[in-house]
Design a protein around this ligand. Sequence first.
Ligand code: URA
Length: 215
Amino acid sequence: MRTLADVAVEAAGCTKCRLASGRTQVVFGVGNPDADLLFVGEAPGFHEDKQGEPFVGAAGQLLTRMLREVLGREREDVYICNVLKCRPPGNRDPQDDEIDACTPWLIEQVSLIQPRVISTLGNFATKFVLNTQQGITRMRGRTYAWHGRTVIPTFHPAAILHGGGERSRQFGELVEDFELIRDTLAELERPPEPVVVPDAGSASSIEVEDQLQLF
Ligand code: URA
């Protein structure tokens, strides 16, 4: 069976769009291939392109901190990737044909990891995954059902860093969104309530069987 590692090896040689010629390397993704939680960002930046790992720059440090402080998790416990696997020159916005070329890698990642919850980081990933034109400020703060999973959009950590940092309203909302991710995962992991048989009272199934045999 094809594994995530097989897909990563194949993606490493990808030349399906113009970004292949300017990259240092493909930044496929990092983390637990069986993670229940997947983060999707926009595209690798300067540091990610150099190191081959998503979210390792300043924005990545804020993501790592939110993971630790709100979810009590490390980066290795979740999976982190981007819509685009190669850095656009000068960090410009991804172009439509680049997204089209790169989408199959993200689809394979989702279908092999099978995360319960996907958190889209920022406008770009949110618009792409949820197929919406609404901005992140309107979309964040709630859950969306998506192909049997739950999507929870939140701000891109870089937007927080550029927009006032920890004292900003958006920082508080980022924390709230991570709390929503934590609570949603806890709810999904809760075992189902035991089935109560109507009219059986407190009798166990053996007792019920005994009584039936009386007749
Ligand atoms: N911004 C992103 O969207 N992804 C990264 O990996 C780094 C910064």
